[in-house]
Design a protein. Sequence first.
Length: 273
Amino acid sequence: MQLVTDLDQWQQLRSELDGGVGFVPTMGALHDGHLSLLRRSVAENALTVLSIFVNATQFNNSADLQNYPSSIEEDLKLAQAVGVDLVLMPDYAQMYPDDFRFQMREEVFSRDLCGSDRPGHFTGVLTVVLKLLNLVQPEKAYFGLKDYQQYLLIKDMCAGLFLPTQIIGCETLREKDGLAMSSRNRRLDSTARGVAGRFNEILYRSGSDEEAMGALQALGCTVAYIKTQYGRRFGAIKIDSQGDSVRLIDNLVPENLAANLPVADAPVNGISA
Ligand code: PAF
């Protein structure tokens, strides 16, 4: 496995690579969900590239950025163990030589759900993903469906801009109690972890968004949104933990809609299918 931090070196290396590339972009702090994406890429492509880049432009809250977990040494060991070929790990100055003067903005769906309480978040995500896709030029790129809105926006961006990469959404991996795996789970103390473990069940079992919201608030969560659309229920909550506030998201097909499957990639803005 080769680690590359310099983008000039990367561009040279990329021009010499032979064979289809699978790509898993991450912000590090790898967990089993990331590893499942990497394993799938290793199985389906001649070469697998992992990127680790904590993308400052997608954080609308500086405390959230500062507290974002990091475990680079452990990440590199895990990546090697699952068969990653190349790790791209640039810094901000390398990724943003334009200092974010050029931005990739979506005007409709990016303002809904997570975009409603994290203004500008998806502009940061789409901008960095576009840069990474240009750098890595993968045949396939893998994204977890916990970030379902992100997945749809990236898929639509690639379709809208005629990018050749196939965007593959992979099922959310969950802990034993159903909590969706997330790097942010590391920031939960044991009380907060107990509350977080109820999130998915409440999303699943509640008969309405209002009922889910009430149940989460009764547990002490701050609810950013609960919204059922495209046959899925989406939710974002904040849980206090060690004087900090940890934001968690999830989405699933709720029990009362499960009978109407399949609902997978419902149209959002006329591109997703
Ligand atoms: O899902 C993430 O970890 C990030 O949003 C991504 C896609 C790596 C872009 O920074």
